[in-house]
Design a protein around this ligand. Sequence first.
Ligand code: ADQ
Length: 447
Amino acid sequence: MGRLVVVSNRVPAPRERSQPAGGLAVGVRDAVRGTESLWFGWSGRHTSQSKEQTPKLDTHESCTYATIDLTRSEYEHFYEKFSNGLLWPLCHYRIGIIDYKRIDYQVYREVNALFADQLVPLLRDDDTIWIHDYHLFPLGAKLRRRGVKAKIGFFLHIPFPPWSVTRVLPCAQEMLREMAAYDLIGVQTEEDARNMDGCFEANDLPNRATHFPIGIDPVEFGEQAVRNVMAEEVQRLHASLRGRKLILGVDRLDYSKGIPERIHGYETFLNRYPEHKGETVLLQITPVSRAGVASYRALRRELDEMAGHINAMHGNFDWSPIRYLTQSVPREVLAGFHRIADVALVTPLRDGMNLVAKEFVAAQSADDPGALILSSLAGAAPEMEQALMVNPYDHEGIADAIHAGITMSLEERQRRWQALYRDVTQNTAANWADRFLDMLNETERQE
Ligand code: ADQ
């Protein structure tokens, strides 16, 4: 059997190679574990000359990590502007904030060509290539143009909107034509697959999309949660609650995660159910991401203001209703926080999947599980029907769900959690990769 070659914009840093944080890296790590593989991508470093480099190679267990550097200008146009300032909001249905410039698209294509030029010399004829995410939509076509004959699959971790939204992008047709070079495209949900195939059909291109919902390693995460209940940070958090209910929100700082809408929902809860005043704490952990993109800086200011406002309006000298952190928390400590939480608020406005919802369920104790409040617009919603489902734009609905979550009987919490835990163990990180790669293996090579 040939090697698996994974390509993603970022490759886990050396210290993260055994225990990566974050959805893509955790899922892919399972795919590369134990088989001879190559993982290619950007190092996270800058260079003044990206064309005259050779990839840096580092082998860890059975996987060789090959990384290249980008210039600052490539990083800005390819990563910050086109990928995160345009494709990310477009795919999350936020066409009001996209900013299209031809130069960004041009550099996006150049960086994809650079990836192809740097990767081709490392490839062998019997490799299977698996490319990940929106930064690299055109890479398959660029590899084909350089004579690569191997099977090439692509997985999109974020949502894919219908043609009525996608066509807003001036280069949509060209991008779709290039995406047709893939032998198989995986997306998270049936809706995403329908949308993407609809885009192909509208442009007389053949269908390519199938849904493969991504998961986590629930056993590993559950064990981490149990072990870390006794960790100092978790014990300190527990003691500081002094018997109050803990409502937990854990998200990268991103407007797709619906954090202001959620905080508004929490404030509505405090107003609508005053009998719970002083009895709950919302711990919102939101490490800053993409600080170079203007919309992210604006979101940060908005959240700082909202958290301050709620504490000033509703708090007391011995109680702050919200604790809001922008620092990153180690993964194992987070697992312990999930375990002691009474309610998780996972309310994205749109999300490809949302692994945090699955991690919360995996971390609960069967004897006394917490309640999951989940956005109906998360990719995880079709799988996790026994969550308390909310529309993230409906702050009164969020308030009612918080009330339902903190007052839910033990029997109902257990009944819901058992069904959710079954869902979480059905689609795991490991079988996600197997399902995709098996189908890619069976798919005819596209000519
Ligand atoms: P993300 O947008 O990053 O992923 P998500 O799926 O929830 O969203 O994964 C986030 C990961 O980062 C989780 O493993 C979580 O535990 C971790 N994380 C979040 N906050 C953290 C914190 N404060 N400290 C440490 N770790 C933290 C993208 C798509 C998703 C899709 C995944 C995987 O946007 O829709 O589910 O890829 O395909």
